[in-house]
Design a protein around this ligand. Sequence first.
Ligand code: HEC
Length: 245
Amino acid sequence: MFNAPMKGISLIFLAIFFSSILTPLAFSEPIPKKDAQLIGEYTAAMIVAGRGVVARNQDLINDPTKGDKGFTPDFVQTQMLKDFKKITGKDLSELSPPVQQVLKQVINAAKMSVQMNQQRINKPGVGFKMYIPAVFGRETGQILKARTNINIKQTTFKYRNAYNQPDSFEKQILKKFKAPDYPKGKGYGEFINGRYRYMRPIYIKKACLKCHGSPKGAKDISGHIKEGYKEGDLRGAISVSFPVH
Ligand code: HEC
């Protein structure tokens, strides 16, 4: 289709295009052990913030009467940073450079998920579009995993998506979170096999019940089977892991 010089030129354009979208997600170095705990906690908090932004805007995203929703990567970034501050009491700018660097990568991955879903989100005439907190969180983790050595997963025993199934460490900590005497909401972190692994429990809120609640076994709006959870039940955890030195 193209003659040789044209092919060369289009390849250069392609290379520039891809390097420009991938640069913010450059491969990251192992993280100093002293920063690991904070990075684990704050990374999980950033995902909780992002999930909350999607949840808060769910009716807008699902509105069939609207085309352009303004649910853009920049909008999501601004909201995520506000919610991150509410959760942690910190502005990104107050944090040390290694912590900021990881959190910026998390935000960039989140923005990329929002960017990739713009067409779906802005499609008029469609109600439920399957862009929900769990999908946002899974995609953000998948993008990060592909481009950095930071792993983020939303995991649980009763997983709907096989990608989210717990590994042996995650199973062990989920069990710990489930124990009746475990302090509600408390995260857990550990150095293991050259990595820091951190998990933050997630509980069922009222808004989750329409898909994860009762009647157990009935289909929800996404076509999945409701698990029969009740408000306050442990739903799973955000699991963060990265190499340390
Ligand atoms: C509109 C229906 C819907 C609502 C509301 C909903 N979820 Fe989900 N949830 C899903 C679907 C669908 C998946 C599987 C997504 C995927 O493909 O990764 C899922 C997956 C998850 C997962 C990942 C583990 C898994 O099952 O694969 C977690 C954790 C989760 N949801 C928690 C919540 C919490 C907490 C709430 C309330 C704040 C909530 N969900 C509200 C539909 C919903």
